[in-house]
Design a protein around this ligand. Structure first.
Ligand code: FAD
Length: 496
């Protein structure tokens, strides 16, 4: 299926939207509203730079009450609005509307409370992921979900995307760590959702809803006690196949490492060029395996994992116990996405999931696709979760290469689905993958999800055009759809 790409027109920008600016300035203060065309361009895309739209207005509220007033103002004028945290999303979830308001949470960065006895922290949505751990570290606690973007991405964005990370293999995704939240509903009311209340799990529905069910204004997260011992192992393998075999063997023994990450030769090459991470020379793939917990348990698990790596054909194996050595091992992995910029002028970050047992087969298929198409693909991923992140490299200066990269990227997803996987593991659907949803869900499934969405957002103004390929108007009979992507319908995008 051809990818849906938004080619956005500037001509629809500013249709009456500028008239909202004075009212928004009354709410958020004159320095809390951006209307200057150059400054607005700063917000035209998130991490998915192939989709861009200059927002009509940007507003930067500082309190939940301000967010509520902003939303009510938008609702009162029938204006769509989109929440944005740090803008690191990779599926276009925070892609603004030229005819709408972008509500940016970057001035809501207060750590409200660190409640050690109850092992929880309450923070505003713009608080950066790593800042939660920093706030709790003095008491020996930390916040477990750790996306590679954790130094910049916001908790609000993490909640909306149900963000994952290297340590989610053992500790679970964001949804497993959010205990409650305050939100501004799409109607502009301030409400709470808590995990410990009876009734439907609306908190669970909100986490991962990609900004379509309201704007989180305060989030309470679980804190975990920092483990007694942490050991990181780096193992070099001759081939991706051998490293994949080691992953399967580790999982099969029942050991659940805190993290189990893989990089292939091209990803290693990029990381070496960018941060000189000094991974085993000539390796076709490396595995980073981290085990944590009580010292005795860690020693036992490490011995088991090391033995399995040797049996799977690992060459060099390094063990790091002190924080500096461990950080040196992680340096290459953590910088891998950006590092690819060193070996290619442009690249697509793909995010698909396969059952772990299918990893070797899917990786072989990706290698074959790459060879057939002449498009290089670097693989760096959460191997323990079967969550692939193929980085599809291309050069716009080479005629047709960008299109071929899109095709390879789409075909990789098709292969993930063919093996019983998913079109996204942690980066969300956004605008990038909405066209693929019908490959995973029936029309009835999608209608049911949309009914939930309409329950929260009957006017369809809260981040419209995201997630669903063919949105239905609230109040329409199930099964009826417009059949047209909303960006296309509104004249802001065309299909190609
Ligand atoms: C280098 C790099 C590495 C990455 N690694 C990972 C990784 O390991 N794991 C992973 O899961 N992701 C990863 N990501 C993707 C991204 O960082 C995550 O999706 C992150 O959760 C987005 O947070 P953000 O604050 O940047 O959100 P944004 O990009 O600003 O927004 C993302 C979505 O959240 C919505 N949103 C934002 N704030 C709110 C709010 N307060 N209330 C409701 N909705 C809101 C937006 O509307 C949008 O739909 C990576 C990205 C980059 C660039």
């Amino acid at each position: 299926m051809p990818a849906l790409r938004a080619r956005l027109s500037a001509t629809v920008a500013g249709m009456g939207i500028a008239e909202l600016a004075p009212r928004l300035a009354e709410i958020a203060g004159p320095d809390g509203v951006i209307t200057d065309p150059q400054e607005l361009r700063t917000y035209e895309c998130d991490g998915l730079t192939s989709h861009a739209a200059v927002p009509g207005i940007v507003v930067l509220p500082t309190t939940a009450a301000q967010v509520a007033q902003v939303v009510r103002t938008c609702v009162g004028h029938g204006v769509p609005y989109v929440a944005r945290g740090s803008g690191t999303g990779l599926s276009g979830g925070a892609l603004p509307r030229t005819d709408g308001v972008l509500v940016v949470t970057s001035r809501m960065r207060r750590v409200v409370a660190v409640d050690v006895p109850n092992r929880r922290a309450t923070v505003e949505p713009g608080v950066v992921n790593l800042a939660v751990t920093r706030a709790a570290a003095g008491d020996g606690y930390y916040y477990a979900p750790d996306p590679s973007s954790q130094q910049i991405c916001s908790i609000g964005g993490n909640v909306a995307e149900n963000a994952g990370g290297a340590h989610c293999l053992k500790y679970g995704f964001t949804v497993n760590h959010v205990l409650g939240l305050e939100l501004v509903t799409p109607e502009g009311e301030i409400a709470r959702l808590d995990a410990d209340r009876p009734g439907y799990d609306l908190l669970g529905a909100f986490v991962g809803s990609e900004g379509t069910l309201g704007i989180a204004t305060e989030v309470t997260v679980r804190l975990l006690r920092a483990p007694e011992t942490v050991v990181t192992m780096l193992a070099g393998f001759g081939t991706v196949d051998a490293a994949g075999g080691c992953v399967s063997a580790i999982i099969a023994t029942g050991v659940v490492p805190a993290a189990l990450e893989m990089m292939d030769a091209l990803a290693i090459e990029a990381a070496e060029a960018a941060v000189a991470c000094d991974y085993p020379a000539g390796a076709g793939a490396v595995l980073i395996v981290e085990v944590d917990g009580p010292a005795a348990e860690v020693a036992e698990e490490l011995a088991a994992v090391r033995e399995l790596a040797v049996q799977a054909g690992a060459g060099e194996i390094r063990i790091a116990t002190d924080p500096a050595e461990r950080a040196a091992i992680w340096k290459g992995r953590k910088s891998a996405f950006a590092a690819v910029g060193r070996i290619s002028p442009a690249y697509l970050v793909q995010d698909g999931v396969v059952p772990r047992t299918a990893l070797p087969a899917v990786l072989a298929e990706i290698a074959a696709l790459s060879a057939e198409s002449g498009i290089r693909v670097a693989n760096v991923f959460h191997a323990g979760d079967g969550n692939l992140h193929p980085l599809v490299l291309y050069d716009r200066a080479v005629a047709g290469e960008a299109e071929r990269a899109e095709q390879v990227s789409a075909e990789i997803l098709a292969r993930c689905l063919a093996h019983g996987g998913s079109i996204t593991g942690e980066h969300g659907v956004g605008v990038d993958k909405s066209a693929y949803l019908p490959r995973m869900f029936t029309d009835a499934d999608l209608d049911t999800m949309q009914l939930l969405r309409c329950g929260f957002d009957p006017r369809g103004l809260c981040n419209p055009g995201k997630v669903f390929p063919t949105p239905r108007l609230c109040g329409e009979a199930p099964g009826h759809r417009t059949g047209v992507h909303p960006l296309v319908e509104s004249g802001q995008a065309e299909l190609f």
